[in-house]
Write a protein that binds this ligand. Structure first.
Ligand code: HEM
Length: 367
């Protein structure tokens, strides 16, 4: 992203951008595995043209962190503060993600900026980065929405994500205020060979774009956008339905994850990925056919915040969140699943191009 002129020249009353230590000597709680996984099963380090955690196969757990830049920091002073934070974080992440413990737990860290930040700092905003519109049926809690900086941490064990989260918050010093955080998990039974199931009991994440489709629809150069939705699910009401009704609502077979009328070979006589799924089913409402083939890469997790609030931590990467808005509107209008779902948190972020030696995160935006 080419640099845009800083429009405002506010001088901070005190320097909030001095963040000590640059993460030197960080330690991460050791992963519980005894032996390291084979090399090809290891997560990537931190440097690369693109950030990891987008096309990376899902790890067992996720931790989403949202921060706000100190509201007193605007214009050039704000841009300097952001640059200092991102520089320090890049250094710390490169060191931490290179460690054996992080690699064994396949730790990834994926950073993005929220829609309000570029205008406030006088930076040119990526065209696709806009707040999501309001959707019918949402019941959003402002304390679980938005954020100037979004961090997605994923790993197979929560000790490593918690450790790096604490480090990032500490290194942000007074420049950033924590805004919200959300844990997510995949069911423990997931063995990596079948698609993990969501809390409704269906395989979720099957019909994702191919690497070629990701080049076309997910990546924009080396950047992308992340849509986060904390979707509360009425699990007990859904579980009370007979399996054939559940399958009608999702539009997939609960046992195979394929089209509801698929035979043993996974193919449906009706053809196509939706087979004979009813018109008001989820897979019909969200079908890429209705978006001229446009795709999003869903990388969701389940969440459980006590017995009465459980659901889907919907995480999806796409070139332009306008796609999400179109799909979500169709869901609200025609998808029977919407009767069992209620978005309570929501955020969108521009996922920065990756960091490289000498090019910290955000360099394209801030240099
Ligand atoms: C309300 C909670 C939700 C649940 C429980 C859920 C569950 C599922 C399941 C079980 C599938 C079929 C398996 C698969 O292909 O992965 C699926 C597919 C899909 N869902 Fe959802 N979903 C939810 C919300 C959403 C939302 C909010 C969106 C976007 C606005 C969305 C977009 C999609 C897409 C694009 C597909 C793939 C369709 C295809 O390519 O054929 N889902 N979902």
């Amino acid at each position: 992203m080419p640099k845009a002129k800083n429009a405002v020249t506010g001088v901070p009353t005190r320097r909030r951008v001095l963040i000590a230590g640059a993460g030197l000597g960080l330690t991460v709680t050791a992963c519980t595995r005894d032996a390291g996984p084979p090399e090809d099963a290891r997560g990537p380090g931190f440097h690369g043209l693109r950030q990891a955690g987008v096309t990376t196969p899902r790890q067992a757990t996720a931790l989403l962190l949202a921060y706000d830049l100190d509201p007193a920091l605007r214009g050039a002073a704000g841009a300097r503060a952001l640059k200092a934070v991102l520089g320090t974080w890049t250094h710390a992440l490169a060191e931490t993600l290179g460690s054996d413990g992080s690699r064994a737990a396949r730790l990834t860290a994926t950073l993005g900026i929220g829609p309000a930040l570029p205008a406030r700092l006088g930076l040119r905003a990526p065209a696709a980065l806009r707040d999501l519109p309001a959707f019918t049926g949402d019941r959003l809690d402002p304390d679980r929405c938005g954020g100037d900086l979004l961090v997605q941490l994923c790993a197979d064990t929560t000790d490593v994500t918690e450790a790096i989260a604490a480090t990032l918050t500490r290194l942000a010093g007074e420049a950033l205020y924590p805004r919200w955080r959300q844990d997510g998990f995949l069911p423990p039974s997931s063995d990596g060979t079948t698609t993990p199931r969501d809390l409704l009991g269906f395989e979720d994440g099957t019909a994702n774009p191919t690497p070629e489709e990701c080049e076309r629809w997910v990546w924009s150069g080396n950047a992308t956008c992340l849509v986060v939705r904390r979707v509360h699910l009425r699990l007990e009401d859904f579980a009370r339905l007979p399996v054939h009704r559940q399958e009608e609502i999702i539009g997939r077979s609960r046992s195979t994850g394929g089209p509801p009328d698929a035979g043993r070979d996974g193919r449906s006589p009706a053809g196509g990925p939706e087979g004979s799924a009813p018109p008001r089913s989820h897979v019909r409402a969200v079908s890429p056919r209705l978006d001229s083939g446009a795709r999003m890469l869903r990388r969701g997790y389940s969440y459980a915040d006590g017995p009465t609030d459980q659901g889907l931590l919907f995480l999806a990467f796409m070139r332009d969140p306008a796609l999400f808005a179109r799909v979500q509107r169709r869901m609200a209008a025609q998808d029977e699943l919407s009767g069992f779902a209620e978005a309570r948190g929501s955020a969108v972020a521009y996922i920065l191009p990756g960091a490289r030696p000498g090019r910290p995160l955000g360099a394209e935006l801030l240099d």
